[in-house]
Design a protein around this ligand. Structure first.
Ligand SMILES: [Cu+2]
Length: 230
């Protein structure tokens, strides 16, 4: 039902999904058994369900749901803390009808300068290196959704949002817009390619060389490259 997991965070998300499913399935089975028992038992009519049975049912339900909520709360850490440090791959993402622009700061490490590296609907990242996206929108509300990395963030006009993940498997993974943003919303897709660290280093070096050539020729990225937020 859901695509192959490809990030360090995916394990926690999948465990939460599986446990929620198992918990609700157990609750459903218990309720089904209770209903079957009430319906099929040969009891003198009118049959009144003992209060104790009802109370036990409610108690079991409350304990199951409360457990799930507490456990989900303990998992919020996965969502609430962005990785930091020099090894983090920072990427600005500008969503617009109907594409994603990805921007890296280039050799100087600063966003919004002439050596910024921009790609359209494609991004290469390194396996095992944490990635942080800072997301903005040029027009309407979009959503940057990365199903294989089990993360997603809204792209809201006028503000920045963040999402992060650590790719653990190489391959090509989809990025899609998860907000109905216009008639061609279904076309708003892209590819995140996860490669081995050595291949990523080669790619980055080549991109920097290419970018320098473009800068010399006068080409500059437009509409993207804002100062990275605090
Ligand atoms: Cu969109």
């Amino acid at each position: 039902m859901i695509p192959r997991a490809a990030s360090a965070e995916a394990q926690a998300v999948d465990a939460l999904l599986r446990t929620s499913l198992a918990g609700t399935a157990l609750l459903l089975a218990l309720l089904g058994l209770l209903v079957a028992w009430i319906t099929l038992r040969r009891a003198p009519r009118p049959a009144a369900l003992p209060y104790a049975a009802g109370a036990v049912g409610v108690l079991v339900g409350v304990v199951l749901v409360a457990d799930l909520m507490l456990w989900a709360q303990s998992r919020r850490r996965v969502r609430d803390t962005a990785p930091e440090g020099p090894e983090v791959d920072r990427v600005e993402v500008l969503a617009q009808q109907y594409s994603f622009q990805f921007l890296r700061p280039g050799a100087d490490g600063q966003f919004g300068t002439a050596d910024d590296l921009v790609t359209l609907d494609r991004l290469m990242v390194a396996r095992g290196r944490p990635v942080v996206f800072e997301v903005r929108s040029k027009d309407v509300v979009h959503s940057v959704s990365l199903p294989s990395f089990r993360t997603q963030a809204e792209a809201v006009p006028g503000r920045s949002t963040r999402l992060w993940f650590e790719p653990t498997a190489t391959g090509r993974f989809g990025v899609v817009c998860a907000q109905l943003c216009g008639p061609a919303h279904y076309q708003m897709t892209g590819v995140i390619e996860v490669v081995a660290p050595e291949a990523f280093a080669r790619h980055s070096a080549q991109a920097t060389v290419d970018r320098a050539a473009m800068t010399a020729a006068g080409a500059r990225p437009a509409g993207i490259g804002w100062p990275w937020g605090r």
